[in-house]
Design a protein around this ligand. Structure first.
Ligand SMILES: Nc1ncnc2c1ncn2[C@@H]1O[C@H](COP(=O)(O)OP(=O)(O)OP(=O)(O)O)[C@@H](O)[C@H]1O
Length: 232
């Protein structure tokens, strides 16, 4: 079953001159182990699409299904359960300033059912090792560079082993090496845990991580312009 299935999704915003239509009858599915990258010009609706797929906005009934559940009609309890199965990475890290790096990552686990909370600490430390920040566990966010903060945000998302990961421009503020660490960890999650990923990016350095690429323009998705082949 697809982790995310979008069909006939149209969406707009009410402005001073009336309704401005952003998405027009969009169809998109993300299966487990897929990394779908959506590109598109500024203002084309990429963030709007992610917010509708990611429960940050309520889509029209029947247009967005997460794990088979119609998001447009689901009640609060069902939405809460869906939220536990997915995680986000945004362009900004949004770490909690008063928590250490380790505590920020553990915070992603506390809402999950777990019989022994001692494993939260071990899991969080392992994930921080994976993103090259083992020596920063006790630091506070303001003591880290922007790129290091973003790697903590990635660790915080991945440590929960989400079934769907929604990622908005994850590497815009990262140098080449840090960007590679981030996408390698995302790819590892898809390959080992079967996570499906929906990502927007303008970053040519990381396009190779995609198993499928789509281009959003004029409210519609299509094949990206120019030649593109999925990696073997
Ligand atoms: N809350 C809102 N109210 C009104 N219009 C909005 C709102 N959010 C987004 N828009 C409009 O919807 C359109 C799509 O915006 P969106 O942020 O989804 O684009 P984007 O492709 O993510 O852009 P970028 O690459 O610059 O981040 C834009 O024209 C924007 O002005």
């Amino acid at each position: 079953m697809n982790v995310l299935a979008i069909s006939g999704l149209s969406y707009g915003f009410r402005g001073p001159q009336g309704e401005v239509s952003v998405l027009h009858g969009l169809d998109l599915a993300v299966a487990p182990e897929e990394i779908v990258i959506v590109t598109g010009p500024s203002g084309s609706g990429k963030s709007t699409l992610l917010s509708l797929a990611g429960l940050l906005r309520r889509p029209p009934p029947g247009t967005v299904h997460l794990f088979g559940v119609d998001v447009g009609t689901a009640g609060e309890a069902a939405l809460g359960a869906l939220r536990g199965r997915m995680r986000f990475v945004f362009q900004k890290s949004y770490l909690v300033a008063g928590l250490t790096v380790l505590e920020n990552v553990i915070a992603s686990l506390v809402a999950l059912p777990e019989t022994n909370r001692r494993f939260d600490d071990i899991r969080a430390r392992r994930m921080l090792e994976n993103v090259g920040l083992a020596d920063k566990v006790g630091a506070y966010p303001h003591q880290l560079s922007g790129g290091q903060q973003q790697r903590v945000a990635v660790a915080r998302a991945l440590v929960a082993l989400p079934e769907l990961l929604i990622v908005d421009e994850p590497t815009a503020a990262l140098d080449r090496e840090a960007a590679r660490i981030v996408v390698d960890q995302i790819r590892l999650l898809t390959q080992t845990m079967g996570c499906g990923v929906l990502m927007t990016t303008h970053d040519d350095r990381i396009m190779d991580v995609a198993t499928r690429r789509l281009h959003l323009a004029d409210g519609r998705l299509s094949q990206p312009p120019g030649e593109w082949h999925a990696p073997c």
